[in-house]
Design a protein around this ligand. Structure first.
Ligand code: HEC
Ligand code: HEC
Length: 273
């Protein structure tokens, strides 16, 4: 009545012991009908026996046979009732199995979500993203995340301090050539009251920060997904000459980000990476 099968869910395999509901339901029903039928037969044969004994001309052989038949029917009814009870308790097991399937899938959702975030994390910590999400007030440059030269600073709105605005040098597109300013629509850092720091954050801390509206500028989880479609994010995959791109493709990154959120936006436990 039990069957083992594997569920392959986005790479991770879940082993499930499933009960075949149909078989058990049908089994119980058949046993009940059988038991009822047996009682009916038993009852009828007793009536027949009584009727027979009223008349004085009883064939002893028939009477004996009929008694034996009644006893067999009685015993078999008992066995069938016992079997029915056994099947009923199987049905309870079946419920337990179903409940455990449910818990194991929801556990699995959380694992899938955490794994997806660890993929997303690789991109968030890549120089292309981290350079605009620094812990301090100076943007970072290059794959070694060194401080932006030329005395560039965040400023209150993230667009540069005083006259040294990002837009003085950064255009809406990459300026061609090695070591020339990269560019995208609205090139700037997060503002000074909502710094959205990636630098130095563990996967756990960064996940908690991203989904917290108080730390992400009031964004819902859906807003976050929408944000991943913006030019500043997409720029990471067209960063201009001489700059490396993140280890995942944009499509992979987007899918993992969405998967993280769809499966519950679960933060990986502290210490995982
Ligand atoms: C030129 C600077 C810049 C670059 C490069 C950049 N970002 Fe951002 N990012 C910002 C700014 C500014 C914000 C704040 C939202 C806004 O004002 O658009 C932001 C917000 C975010 C947020 C929302 C944070 C939160 O807590 O809700 C995420 C996630 C994000 N960026 C991811 C990325 C990823 C991934 C990359 C790299 C592929 C990247 N960013 C590259 C400037 C940048
Ligand atoms: C005086 C000109 C100038 C100003 C002002 C300026 N930048 Fe830059 N920025 C550059 C140049 C040039 C580069 C390219 C450096 C290189 O590739 O070696 C650069 C590179 C960067 C990078 C590196 C991208 C990467 O992934 O390596 C970031 C991030 C950046 N700038 C952000 C900013 C922000 C934000 C502002 C405003 C707060 C700003 N810049 C203001 C000239 C400037």
């Amino acid at each position: 009545m039990f069957k083992n099968f594997d569920l392959n869910h986005r790479g991770s395999t879940v082993k499930i012991t499933g009960a075949l509901q149909l078989n058990q339901g049908t089994c119980t029903r058949v046993l009940y009908y059988h038991a009822c039928l047996n009682f009916l037969v038993l009852f009828l044969s007793r009536e027949k026996y009584k009727a027979n004994s009223k008349h004085k001309h009883i064939n002893m052989k028939i009477q004996h046979h009929s008694l034996k038949f009644s006893r067999i029917t009685l015993y078999s009814s008992c066995i069938i009732i016992a079997l029915s009870v056994a099947t009923l308790s199987f049905k309870n097991d079946d419920k337990k199995v179903r409940r455990s399937i449910y818990t194991s899938t929801s556990e699995d959702d959380s694992t899938v979500s955490q794994k997806a975030f660890l993929e997303v994390y690789k991109v968030l910590m890549s120089p292309r993203c981290m350079n605009c999400h620094p812990a301090g007030d100076v943007p970072l440059n290059g794959d070694d995340n060194h401080l932006h030269p030329q005395g560039v600073k965040r400023g209150v709105d993230g667009k540069g301090l005083y006259a040294l605005k990002c837009s003085n040098c950064h255009q809406t597109e990459n300026t061609p050539g090695l070591n020339m300013p990269p560019g995208a629509e609205d090139w700037h850092l997060p503002s000074s009251n909502m710094k959205l720091v990636f630098q130095g954050r563990s996967p756990h801390d960064l996940a908690m920060q991203l989904k917290d509206p108080k730390q992400n500028g009031g964004k819902s989880l859906n807003d976050l997904i929408e944000h991943m479609k913006t030019d500043l994010v997409k720029w990471g995959w067209q960063p201009g000459e001489g700059r490396t791109t993140p280890s995942l493709s944009y499509a992979e990154f987007f899918n993992q980000f969405k998967l993280w959120i769809d499966k519950g936006a679960v933060a990986p436990s502290q210490g995982s990476n």
